[in-house]
Design a protein around this ligand. Structure first.
Ligand SMILES: [Zn+2]
Length: 351
C-alpha cells in the first residue's frame, strides 16, 4: 500500500496460529513524552467541548456518503443517523459480538469518531461484501486480499471502520477466481477493530493538529473535516524519532526469524542491512501500522506484542491515549444520547 492511498489501513490474516514471543519488558523511562509538541491539545479540547446540539450538527455535516464506485448499496447507509451497519448474513451471535465491540470503545475515542461522522461496518463474508469495487483487486502475490485475506480496514475519506467476521474460499481460475463458499474468521477480531480505530486516531490527530489552524471555534467544522494523508500523527518528528530509535535497537538484538516473520505486516524487508522479513516497503506504512497496532495493545486487544519490539513508540501511543482521555474528561459534554457509551444501544439501521 503506497503513501497517499486512502485505503491503506489494512491488517491481514496470516500466521494466525503462531504464538507471539517476548515478555512484558518495558524499558525505564524517566519522563512522560511532552505531548504539547505532538498534537494540538486546544483543537482537541474544543472538539470535545462543543454543545450537544452542535455535536449533532457537526455529525450531520461531517457524515460522508461513501463512494458509489466502491461501496455496496447495502452498506452505503444514507443518513447521518447511522452509526453501525451490519451484514444481513451475520449470525445472531456475530451480530451481538459486533455490538459488544462497540461497547468497548472508550468515550474519548467514540466521542470524536462520532462527531467526525464515523460509521462502523461489519461484514460476514469478506470485506468485498461491503466493497465490491475491490472484489477482484489482486495483490502482488496474485491473491485477492479483499476476499480472503484482509480482515479490517479504515477508510479515512469516509471515516468508516470495516471489520469482517468471515472470509471467502477462493479458487483461482484462468480468468480470475471463483468463490467456493465462506468460512468464519476465527482470529482476534476485536483486536482488528481497535487497530482500525488506531488508524482513525492517527488521522484525527494529524487533521486537528494542522499548523495553519486558527483558534476560532467557528472554524471547528473545517478542522473536523480536515484530512490530509501527509499530515498524520505518525508523520510528526517525535513519532518518527521514537520509531527509528526502536528500529536501531531492534536490529541490534538477536530475534528469531519466526518472531520477525510473525510481525511482517509491521516491518520493512530490512533495516540498514539487517534482514527483518517484513512486507512494508515504505517508512510511512510501517509507522502507521505500528501506531494502529500499538493503539490496540494499549487498550488491551493486541495480538503481536509490538510493545516489546517498539518500547519507545509504545510509550508515545500510551501517552497520547492518556492525554486524550484526560482532555476528554476535562472538556466533555454530557448529552442525552451518548452514541458510543456502553449504556446506549445503537440506533441500528436495518439493511
Ligand atoms: Zn492497519
Amino acid at each position: 500500500m503506497k503513501k497517499g492511498l486512502w485505503y491503506k489501513s489494512l491488517i491481514p490474516v496470516f500466521l494466525a496460529g503462531c504464538v507471539a514471543t517476548g515478555g512484558g519488558h518495558k524499558p525505564d523511562k524517566p519522563d512522560d513524552t511532552d505531548l504539547s509538541a505532538l498534537f494540538n491539545r486546544q483543537a482537541v479540547a474544543e472538539t470535545y467541548a462543543i454543545s450537544c446540539d452542535m455535536r449533532d450538527f457537526v455529525r450531520e455535516a461531517s457524515y460522508r456518503t461513501p463512494s458509489r464506485r466502491y461501496t455496496s448499496d447495502d452498506f452505503r447507509g444514507g443518513s447521518a443517523n447511522i452509526t453501525a451497519i451490519y451484514s444481513p448474513h451475520l449470525s445472531a451471535e456475530d451480530r451481538l459480538k459486533a455490538e459488544q465491540f462497540l461497547d468497548t470503545i472508550p468515550g474519548h475515542v467514540g466521542d470524536l469518531f462520532y462527531k467526525q461522522g464515523g460509521v462502523f461496518v461489519f461484514t460476514s463474508q469478506s470485506l468485498a461484501e461491503a466493497l465490491p469495487g475491490y472484489a477482484d483487486h489482486k495483490d502482488k502475490h496474485g491473491n485477492y486480499p479483499y476476499q480472503n485475506n484482509y480482515v479490517g480496514l479504515y477508510r479515512g475519506n469516509e471515516k468508516r471502520v470495516f471489520v469482517t467476521f468471515g472470509l471467502a474460499n477462493i479458487e483461482k481460475t484462468d480468468d480470475g477466481f471463483e468463490i467456493k463458499g465462506y468460512r468464519p474468521y476465527g482470529g482476534n477480531k476485536i483486536g482488528v477493530f481497535h487497530h482500525e480505530l488506531g488508524h482513525y486516531i492517527d488521522d484525527m490527530l494529524g487533521g486537528l493538529g494542522r499548523k495553519e489552524r486558527t483558534s476560532d471555534p467557528n472554524d471547528i467544522l473545517q478542522h473536523l473535516q480536515a484530512h490530509r494523508h501527509d499530515d498524520r500523527f505518525t508523520d510528526t518528528a517525535a513519532f518518527r524519532e521514537a520509531l527509528e530509535a526502536d528500529f536501531e535497537e531492534l536490529v541490534k538484538k538477536p530475534h528469531a526469524d519466526y518472531a520477525l516473520k510473525f510481525r511482517s505486516y509491521f516491518l520493512p524487508d530490512s533495516y540498514k542491512g539487517t534482514k527483518l522479513y517484513g512486507q512494508k516497503d515504505s517508512w510511512d506504512d510501517t509507522g502507521s501500522e505500528v501506531f494502529a497496532e500499538l493503539w490496540s495493545e494499549v487498550h488491551g486487544y493486541g495480538t503481536y506484542d509490538l510493545a516489546y519490539y517498539f518500547p519507545r513508540t509504545y510509550q508515545i501511543v500510551k501517552d497520547v491515549d492518556r492525554e486524550l482521555r484526560q482532555i476528554y474528561e476535562q472538556n466533555k459534554r454530557e448529552c442525552e444520547q451518548q452514541f458510543f457509551s456502553p449504556d446506549f444501544r445503537f440506533a441500528l439501521q436495518p439493511i
